[in-house]
Design a protein around this ligand. Structure first.
Ligand SMILES: O=P(O)(O)OC[C@H]1O[C@H](OP(=O)(O)OP(=O)(O)O)[C@H](O)[C@@H]1O
Ligand code: HPA
Length: 183
């Protein structure tokens, strides 16, 4: 599909699924190499990261790999509310663990900054950040990104787990808000 309509807005194809798959495979290889002796705990941040988590973890071959999930939210419509809500916490003991945070997107960096502060309080051995998409030009809260599949410009996108007001998460490709039809 070249274009999709979600609620009142039109979106155009930005990155096809095969390109995203390839970029994720590269990240998986890097993680398999870097963290091979760490028994990593992958912390998937719902909702958006469900596809990235699935695509990446199928390619992780490290012995002792564990996965758990957290849910935080900050976005309503196409912009951040400026507030983070923790909706589901992680109940695994994080002390002395090597945690790999899995995000679908780092945009302003606000959610990740909040999360890292929160996780530091649990005394992990190390915290690594892995994201499917990253908008370096949108960053207002500095974050060290250890693993990134694809960098984007500062545009609103949907697909591959990312939504516009609940819609669009299921698309395997990534779509950009169309400037021709949307103010
Ligand atoms: O860097 P930031 O500006 O904080 O934006 C990134 C966050 O926004 C999205 O989540 P959202 O709050 O929309 O929740 P969702 O994953 O349930 O869609 C995304 O999954 C990140 O968690
Ligand atoms: O570009 C985006 N699209 C959807 N959700 C998001 N959350 C942060 N940035 C985005």
């Amino acid at each position: 599909m070249k274009k999709v309509k979600l609620h009142d807005k039109e979106f155009e194809l930005l990155i096809d699924a095969a390109t995203i798959d390839q970029a994720i495979a590269k990240v998986a290889n890097e993680i398999n190499k870097d963290l091979k002796d760490t028994k990593p705990l992958f912390l998937s941040i719902l909702n958006g990261s469900f596809m990235f988590t699935s695509d990446l973890l199928k390619q992780i071959t490290i012995p002792g790999t564990e996965i758990c999930f957290m849910r935080i939210a900050s976005y309503e419509g196409t912009s951040s509310t400026g507030k983070i809500k923790e909706l589901i916490g992680c109940n695994v003991n994080l002390t002395d663990r090597t945690i790999v945070i899995l995000e679908d997107m780092i945009d302003s960096g606000r959610s990740m900054t909040y999360l890292i502060d929160y996780l530091k309080g649990k005394n992990p051995k190390a915290i690594k950040v892995a994201t499917m998409f990253y908008k370096p030009k949108a960053l207002t809260h500095p974050v060290t990104v250890d693993y990134c599949a694809l960098e984007l410009e500062n545009d609103f996108v949907v697909g591959r787990g990312l939504d516009y007001d609940g819609l669009g998460r299921n698309y395997p490709d990534l779509y950009i808000l169309s400037t021709a039809t949307n103010e």
